[in-house]
Every structure is written in structure tokens, then in C-alpha cells.
Design a protein around this ligand. Structure first.
Ligand code: FAD
Ligand code: PHB
Length: 398
């Protein structure tokens, strides 16, 4: 196997395949230090945590991860708790940073002596429509080539694999949002034991965490903003204004460890397989981060593809890999819908006018005071099972 991209999707797929005796080489455009330094996701569904356990990298996650049984919605100054555990019959999420996952996966790769080629330039995926695909790249001024059975495109939303597919073979669905998230990481205790998603008149904010001493915060900002316009002092002041009194009291400003802006986007391509090339994780789909689904979807893709490939090599059956795109797209569209809906519900959309704002408040008023409404949020947030609805579909078909 050739795997393009050493993000969580590529690293996890590589390890699961290795555990099953399938050789894989990972090609990564960036340096190891860059990959290890990237700050992103923080919320893992139980299925994602179980897959990391299965890959053999669960030890630190079990020790340092924080189990969260709920989170809070702060809407126009009032807090409402979403009791994930109570509303879903026992499901919870785990707070464990993507940076830590990447480190755990890279360490496991190193310990097993598995090949990862960092700083590979001009990676190109070739001949994947036929029986003999290969990947080429440049390094140290030399051309390299890897012949393989399959290529896994795990190279994120700005990678090379998706653009290599002929335009007529692929369909793209996209929505851009008129704002981004300005994120700040700091060594300061979280403002609450659980995450707080804030819908305020000044815009969305999120108080998240990585541990009991390290916190991650986000602010909705216009797309025209630049990080250089945001001193730490300005960030903390704006966050204070979007919080309630209790939040402000517990907020302890500290120097930023990292600060960056991420634009928000809903994006899916169909299908996810082109001959011997598979698109996995952000390479095939991007969600706005509001529902914390991106990394979890990437892990779901990896799970499905790894099992399909293992079936292919051990049982000589193509059933799993043939069904990869269809099975994953169903889960992906469900998560897209939830992420889009939660984004619409919690952010300011000035272009929707006064009626848009009133309708958003009315929808929140309904959801926050209805057990069915809160359950809708909770069961999507903890992650719907990949087989969700299949029994009902079978019954319908009978
Ligand atoms: P990536 O992490 O993007 O990795 C792709 C890799 O491919 C990179 O290392 C890249 O350098 C490499 N690459 C790119 N092009 C090439 C090339 N041409 N050749 C070789 N290598 C290449 N998700 C959640 O589930 N929960 C959250 O709480 C959450 N919060 C988020 C917060 C923010 C601010 C953001 C931006 C995202 C968040 N996400 C969250 C989403 C999550 O981070 C992504 O979905 C996840 O990183 C996807 O993993 P991936 O391996 O598919 O892609
Ligand atoms: C994070 O901690 O980075 C985080 C948490 C929840 C989200 C998005 C990001 O919905």
C-alpha cells in the first residue's frame, strides 16, 4: 500500500494494516516537527477511541484522556446542559488532542520500524485506473517511485490525490461560510469541567480543553480577519464579552501557545474510490468543526477501509473495498448535516437579517426546552453508529 499523508488518517491506517501483516509506506509533504506541532481536534467519539485501542495506541489516551458526560450550551447568557450520557443511554466522549494522537501514532510507527518518508516533494499518484498504480516523488534532488497494489489518499483537504482524479469521474458538493474560527491554545485551567458552546450577540465562541491545565478557545471571526490583528489581550477581552458572569470569573488569561484562523467549510466528493485510489478523511470531505466530527469521520473511513483491505488480502474478497464509498458516504452525509445544522444554530449570520436571527432564537428555544430536541443534539454529538437505520431499511425493503 502507498499512503499519501501522515495526518491521523494516514498514520492510523498504516498501523492497522501493519498489525494485519500488510505493508504500507507513508509519504508526507511536511516535516515530522510540523506534523507533530499542528493543533486541531480535541473530541473523540467512543468508536474512535476504540479504534485507537485496536491499533495499539490506547495506553496514553486511557491515562490522560478526559471522559466527558455532557457539555454546555450558553445561549444569550443562559446555560443549558446537554447530558450526553443520560440522553443517549450511556454514551460519552473523550477529550484527547489530535496532537497527542499524532504523537502516539508516530511513536508506534517508529517503534515498529515502519517507513514514513517526510518532506517528500511533488508527490504524484499515477496509473490508479489500471492494475499497476504507483506513487512518485522527489527527495534530495532525486526522483523516487513506489509500485503498489492500492493508494490511500489521506492527504487532507489541500492534498494531491483528489485533484488527480479526472474531473468527469468526480462530483463535488461545497458550502463556504462567511466566517472562520480564531483558535487560541494556552496553559490555563479550563473555565468549566465541560466544554461550553456559546451563542452570543457578538458571535459564537467555544471553551474547550486539552487537559486540566491546558485550554483551547475559539471565536467566530469574519473571514477578512488576520491572526496578526489579534493580540492575546484582544482575544481574551473578546472571549470575556461573549461569556456569562460565571465564565468570566473562572477565565484566567495566559500567554498563547498557538493562535490560528481556520475557515469553515462543508465539502464532500462522490465517490470516494477511483480504481485503486481511495480518498480517506479530509481528502474526501470537510465539515465545519462545530460538531467535532472531522477527525471522527476520518477514523470511521480508516476503520472501513482497513477492514476491507484486510478482507481483500486474507480472504481474496473484494466485497469490503467495493462497498467502501457507499458505506462511508452515508455516514459522512449524516455528519455533514449535523455539523451544518449546529453551525447554523450557534453562529451569527448577519446576512440572514433580523428574521434569520429571530428564527434561530426560536429554534434554540424549542430545542433547549424539549427532551426530544436535546436528544437529537446528544445522539448526533456522540456519533451515530455506522449501521444506523439499516435495520429499518431492511424492514422497508421486505
Ligand atoms: P490532515 O490532518 O489534514 O492530514 C493530511 C496530511 O497530508 C497532512 O499531514 C499534510 O501535510 C499531508 N499532505 C497534504 N498534501 C500532501 C501532498 N501533496 N503530499 C504528501 N502529503 C500531503 N475533528 C474532530 O473530530 N473533533 C474536533 O474537535 C475537531 N476540531 C477541529 C478544530 C479545528 C480548528 C480544525 C481546523 C479541525 C478540527 N477537526 C476536528 C477536524 C480534524 O482536525 C480533521 O478532520 C483531521 O485532521 C483530518 O485528518 P486527516 O488525516 O484526514 O487530514
Ligand atoms: C477542540 O477542542 O479543538 C474542539 C472541541 C470541540 C469542537 C471543535 C474543536 O466542536
Amino acid at each position: 500500500m502507498a499512503i499519501v499523508g501522515a495526518g491521523p488518517a494516514g498514520l492510523l491506517l498504516g498501523l492497522l494494516l501493519h498489525n494485519a501483516g500488510i505493508d504500507a509506506v507513508i509519504l508526507e509533504r511536511r516535516s515530522r516537527a510540523y506534523v507533530l506541532g499542528r493543533v486541531r481536534a480535541g473530541v473523540l467519539e467512543q468508536g474512535t477511541a476504540e479504534l485507537l485501542e485496536r491499533a495499539g495506541v490506547g495506553e496514553r489516551m486511557r491515562r490522560d484522556g478526559l471522559v466527558h458526560q455532557g457539555f454546555e450550551l450558553l445561549v444569550r447568557g443562559r446555560r443549558h446542559r446537554v447530558d450526553l450520557r443520560g440522553l443517549t443511554g450511556g454514551s460519552t466522549v473523550l477529550i484527547y488532542g489530535q496532537t497527542q494522537i499524532t504523537r502516539d501514532l508516530l511513536e508506534a510507527r517508529g517503534a515498529a520500524g515502519l517507513p514514513t518518508i517526510f518532506e517528500a516533494q511533488d508527490v504524484a499518484v499515477q496509473e490508479f485506473a489500471g492494475a499497476h498504480p504507483y506513487v512518485s516523488w522527489r527527495q534530495d534532488g532525486r526522483e523516487h517511485r513506489l509500485n503498489c497494489d492500492f493508494i490511500a489518499g489521506c492527504d487532507g483537504s489541500h492534498g494531491v490525490c483528489r485533484p488527480s482524479v479526472p474531473r468527469e469521474a468526480i462530483r463535488e458538493y461545497e458550502r463556504l461560510y462567511p466566517f472562520g474560527w480564531l483558535g487560541l491554545l494556552a496553559d490555563t485551567p479550563p473555565v468549566s469541567d465541560e466544554l461550553i458552546y456559546v451563542n452570543s450577540e457578538r458571535g459564537f465562541a467555544l471553551c474547550s480543553m486539552r487537559s486540566r491545565t491546558r485550554s483551547r478557545f475559539y471565536l467566530q471571526v469574519p473571514l477578512t480577519e488576520e491572526v496578526s490583528h489579534w493580540s492575546d489581550a484582544r482575544f481574551w477581552e473578546e472571549l470575556r464579552q461573549r461569556l456569562d458572569e460565571a465564565g468570566r470569573e473562572r477565565l484566567v488569561a495566559a500567554p498563547s501557545v498557538e493562535k490560528s484562523i481556520a475557515p469553515l467549510r462543508s465539502f464532500v466528493v462522490e465517490p470516494l474510490r477511483f480504481g485503486r485510489l481511495f480518498l480517506v478523511g479530509d481528502a474526501g470531505h470537510t465539515v465545519p468543526p462545530t460538531g467535532a466530527k472531522g477527525l471522527n469521520l476520518a477514523a470511521g473511513d480508516v476503520h472501513c477501509l482497513a477492514d476491507g483491505l484486510i478482507e481483500h488480502y486474507s480472504e481474496r474478497s473484494a466485497a469490503g473495498i467495493d462497498d467502501y464509498s457507499r458505506r462511508r458516504l452515508r455516514c459522512i452525509w449524516r455528519a455533514q448535516r449535523f455539523s451544518w445544522w449546529l453551525t447554523r444554530l450557534l453562529h451569527r449570520f448577519p446576512e440572514d437579517g433580523a428574521i434569520g436571527e429571530k428564527l434561530q432564537q426560536a429554534e434554540l428555544d424549542y430545542l433547549l426546552h424539549s427532551e426530544a430536541g436535546m436528544r437529537t443534539i446528544a445522539e448526533n454529538y456522540v456519533g451515530l453508529p455506522p449501521t444506523f437505520g439499516e435495520e429499518a431499511n431492511l424492514l422497508l425493503r421486505k
